[in-house]
Design a protein around this ligand. Structure first.
Ligand SMILES: *Cc1c(COP(=O)(O)O)cnc(C)c1O
Length: 463
């Protein structure tokens, strides 16, 4: 048998769609409030957000366009702050989900702290006027320059991620005559996504210092020995798009055991425990994320219970939601271009952006909800795939969706829950200028990040 020949079943699978598409929704025009921004509505058939129709927004700012519901963002940030502040816990908004100067100011005004994980993110936070002591800094490979800047401006928490970094930071702090407060990022052996978590030794990855191998204990020893670093706690981040608390429970248990060990070995009670981010949101109807209140109660319960069992004082807890705050408040508006029916399979609907403004579908196989936005449709639901304009067959924005059969070129469609990790992961692939980010609120809109132009692209090309 030639090595190119496939068993019959497998050959069959090569030509059939690899998955079973969902059935059409009962109502194509309905906006599920779990998935769409708080203020999203249909007015005269058209989708409006923050009291403004997508057609007017597209006319003013062009497409593709990121639209942020400012009230929604603020409400979600506030819900987290309130849920955790009651228990004396800190909420760091994870800036990598979406960071602009305005977003950083919203985060501050709503009483949260802010996580950054690069010099660029730190620069945006500082430019927005975020006080350095309210910033936490992450990263598995922070450069000398990034660390020096963090120490110089007085970043509140630096999360140490390697032995090299202990040395670097110790040296830089000594040179500047400062004693930065640091956490050690610990890999607990727990990895969680959606409803599943694995509590095996997940040590084969780049982040953190392993509990299992003893690297974490070693790091604690070295940081405690440093006269220029002040160890205030431990950090753990177990995954993303998590819908239940089981993984956090396991991680909290392992961290508390480790806190006990540190206490026994060094006589030190570390006062802070940062449990990271990763809280899930609804991308499609049927996703059921937890409410901040429930998350806060569960986390605090777990930590209190574990500390009691080990006779330890309860440390100050911190969490770092990114997606859960920024994700649901954003939509992307696209203009429909070519529509291609692949006979007997589905309709390929091309939009004027794609993997350059939303890489998540091709990177992670993420699911999204999309709706005809400039009007309601009259036709029957047609199984479709929303694709971009890039030179890749994997350039898919929404893998399976239904759009009305009367969809035509020039219509606007909107993809929901694109506030997190879309703008922040955007690229210039195929030299597409990146879309603008616009905030809407109370019937008004304003540009947060302006659309790139071909001039912007050429300005950097100095050869
Ligand atoms: C990515 C990340 C977060 C935020 O994750 P979300 O899934 O957006 O909540 C928080 N903390 C750390 C350390 C991260 O790497």
């Amino acid at each position: 048998m030639s090595r190119y020949a496939h068993p019959a079943g497998q050959r069959h699978a090569d030509v059939l769609p690899e998955d079973n598409p969902p059935s059409p929704p009962a109502d194509l025009d309905q906006l599920d409030p779990r998935v769409w921004p708080h203020t999203a509505a249909r007015v005269g058939g058209e989708i409006t957000v923050g009291g403004i129709g997508v057609t007017a927004l597209a006319e003013e700012y062009g497409t593709p366009l990121f639209v942020l519901d400012e009230d929604d963002f603020r409400a979600r940030a506030r819900d987290y702050r309130n849920a955790f502040a009651d228990a004396g816990a800190d909420v760091y908004y994870a800036g990598k989900a979406l960071l602009t100067k305005a977003v950083a100011r919203w985060v501050m005004e709503e009483g949260l702290k802010l996580d950054v994980c690069s010099g660029g993110e730190l620069a945006v936070a500082l430019a927005a006027g975020v006080p350095a002591e309210r910033i936490g800094m992450h990263g598995n490979n922070k450069s000398e320059a990034e660390l020096a800047r963090a120490v110089e401006v007085g970043v509140g928490r630096i999360v140490i991620d390697s032995f090299d970094e202990i040395e670097r930071l110790d040296r830089l702090a000594a040179r500047q005559g400062k004693v930065p407060e640091v956490l050690i990022r610990v890999t607990t052996g727990v990895e969680a996504h959606t409803h599943e978590f694995v509590a095996t030794a997940h040590d084969d990855q780049k982040f953190g210092l392993s509990l299992n191998t003893g690297a974490a204990a070693d790091a604690v020893r070295r940081v405690l020995e440093s006269a220029h670093l002040s160890l205030v706690g431990l950090h753990s981040h177990i995954g993303s798009q998590i819908f239940d608390m089981a993984g956090f429970e396991m991680a909290a248990r392992r961290l508390t055991e480790f806190l006990t060990l540190v206490h026994t070995e060094h006589g030190v009670l570390l006062p802070e425990l940062d449990l990271g981010g990763g809280l899930g949101i609804a991308y499609v109807p049927g996703d059921t994320p937890l409410e901040p209140k429930a998350i806060a109660e569960a986390l605090l319960d777990i930590v209190q219970h574990e500390c009691k069992a080990h006779d330890l004082p309860v440390p100050r807890i911190a969490v770092e939601p990114g997606r859960a705050i920024a994700g649901p408040c954003g939509i992307t508006v696209y203009e429909v271009g070519t529509i291609k029916d692949v006979e007997g399979i589905r309709s390929y609907v091309s939009v004027d952006g794609g993997m350059s403004d939303n890489i998540r579908t091709s990177l992670y196989g993420s699911e999204y909800t999309c709706s005809l936005a400039s009007r309601t449709g009259d036709g029957d639901p047609v199984l479709s795939r929303l694709v971009g304009k890039h030179c890749e067959s994997g350039d898919i924005v929404v893998r399976d969706l239904y759009l009305p059969s009367d969809l035509r070129t020039g219509d606007l469609v909107a993809v929901a829950a694109t506030g997190a990790y879309c703008h922040s992961m955007a690229s210039n692939y195929n030299h597409l200028p990146r879309p603008a980010v616009v905030a809407v609120r109370g019937g008004e809109s304003r540009t947060l990040v302006r659309r790139e132009t071909e001039e912007d692209l050429l300005r950097l090309d100095v050869g």
